[in-house]
Design a protein around this ligand. Sequence first.
Ligand SMILES: [Zn+2]
Length: 840
Amino acid sequence: MKKLIVLLLAGSLLLFSPNQLLAQVQKIDSALTALYQSGRFNGVVLYAENGKPLLSKTYGVADFQTGKTLNISSPFNLASLTKQFICAGILILYDRGLLQLDDPARKHLPTLPYHEVTIRQLMTHTSGLPEYFDLFNNNRGNADTLNNELLLVMLAQYQPPMQFAAGSSWSYCNTNYVLLASIIEKVSGQRMEEFFKKEIIRPLGLKNTYIFRLPDTVNNPNQVNGFQEENGQRRLNDLTFWDGVVGDGNLFSSAEDLLKWEQQLYKSKIIKPATLAMAFQPVALKIPGRDSSYPYGFGWGIDKPGEQYSHTGGWTGFVNIIMRDVKKNRTLILLSSGSNPAAMITARNWFNGNPVAVKPTRIITNVKVVDGTGTPARNAAVRLEGDKILAVGELQPFPGELVVDGGGKILAPGFIDTHSHLEGSLQPKPQALAALNQGITTIVAGQDGYGSWMDSLEATIKRTAPAINLATYTGHTGLREKVMGENNLHRTATQDELNKMKVLLAAELKKGSLGLSTGLEYEGAWFSSYNEVVELAKVTSFNQGRYISHLRSEDLQLRDAIEEIISIGKEARISVQISHLKIALKNDWKTAPSILARLERARQQGINITADVYPYEFWRSTLKVLFPKTDYTNEASAEFAVTQSLDPAASVLVAFKPRPEYRGKTLSEVAALRKETPARTLMALIAEAEAFRKANPDSGGVEGIMGKSMTDADVSAFLSWQHTNICSDGADGGHPRGYGSFTRVLAEYVREKKIMLLETAINKMTALSAEHVGIRQRGLIAAGYYADLVLLDPDTVQDHATIQNPQALSDGVLKVWVNGELVYANKEFMGKFPGRLIKR
Ligand SMILES: [Zn+2]
């Protein structure tokens, strides 16, 4: 046993046996080759042990325009790998006694308006200075290129506020390093270009290392062009108007030179050993009462103190990394042009001994892409990598790549349903066919004032992941029930209760809830005051959430209810969305234009008010909702309900547990059976349902009605408003909207009635929806977005769900992907459950 331990110890001193080493090097080479072959990497890698290169290889071109190939001495823009060189420059001046690290920066740059910031704080990103990008963007005037001198002038002129007190925290900031370069110039009395040549480049024998800043030019025929990919084509993406500055970037160098540079660091050729040692110490933070530090030294990140250091660099057109393991004297350098970080991440994982797996790509070809922005469909292919979209455009399949032929159909982003009640059935039915059959890949739950708590939702999804994504609002009524008690809601909350609700709400928002939802028309919230709601909306706004509301009235007091939500938006400074906008009062039919005019006026006053709509003329709710004053035994109110709030001959009782035989009958038919007027029947049914509920407290929903109360003129007008997105308000059955809303819009309103273009409708189901509820990285077909997709045929798309058969599947939704997984094809569920909880 003892022997074995000794052997293992001995083995760990040698990093790898020659064979193992070969296998290790082959692993990173084949990963980088796979990334190169699939268009995800163009660059060089250099891996060395004890200064000896064991892998030195190029993949691709130096200049994509001429096709000139890369070599190991091709200079790349180092981006933030520049920072370690700048620190070396400062340390050289320090060794000569020309500056002290704890000198105030202002000692050398007298116009700098920040008195306490020191050179050391600039080197370690603990200065608290603000990033310079916004400062220049907002105040550039006629200046076309930023340079170090201009930045100093702007800092003095505008004095942007500090992020934190100097030395008290760490925050990566490029401004620090532009100032350091200016200090080097000031103290040395030389331009950076000369100083670097004299002090670093020549002494170390670097051949392809130089500073390049606009408007000067350096003519190195091997210099690598930065690029980005757009529509399947490479496009020049190199020096920009930021590139008159030096310090934070803009040193060019090759992998070959970087290895030389890195190896000289061990030998302290240009910097004294004791000075150099400081560069690799974690920076101490000045926090009163406790010792604290951050793992960053002088231009190096500290992975493991005393063992491993690294730095990444990303700038227009370039992604780089350098890693050094000082104990084992291993070095990894990867320089790349393009913007894909996959090779950098792969190389880092490999260097750290973590698994190296290159995700295979897949490509969907032969489709017309309707990308969600509302712009016209275009012929394109879409490449997926894992759960994301990698590229969109005129792409050709790579050899061996999995190809899905879209058959010339429409490929759109997966639909986002901003008002859904499907959450309740996701446990028994995680396949969520109600959503998938109409192309929905994300539902937004927590509507009408009722929702799940984030923690329980997270646990539920972990236990049973659904096929679709889910996001949620936090329900106002849910907060009331928790704080005031379920049977104590017929009043507004006290100040003390309101304070408790605020704390609960803020906690939910921090956990990723999208915002606050209210259902003010329902009994549990009807008695809340405006003040109660607006105070909660303010907490939501403070936490960057949004407000969504089933208004206090959709019929008699619709206009007052709209004024209420506008006021909430104004007073709480919050984006507000009206849920399922409708006019449910016969007398007011066809007044949608005046409602929309009111909403537009509010928008002109700066209130971001939006709405969602489902495409049906009948709603589904409870009988009680027909009594806005909750006077369920008032015959005049009942009479008003059956003449103004719904059409009893076209409104169907879809649930009635006390007398199941009424189910499926219209209110008029039930009244005829009972030999009563519809008004009396309505009152009687509410009383019977209430008695049943009391006798069977666990019976769930006792009654429900599908009320015909809207007119198509209004539905069309609301659907067409440019700030309306589509929702279903649906569940797994009941109202046909649960299975058919989105396909009904595409069939009925786009193809048949032609009230809007397909591209517009899809925008209203995707990007606009995501914007209205605050969901990021979904709702568009664009590189970097999640691969939620739907392939559909606009000629055959058709909803089939009806009151009689509410679960009938739609036609024309050919394939649906969620997070890159194919979950639905040819009306069949594919057995995958890739759905996630989406957080704000
Ligand atoms: Zn509602």
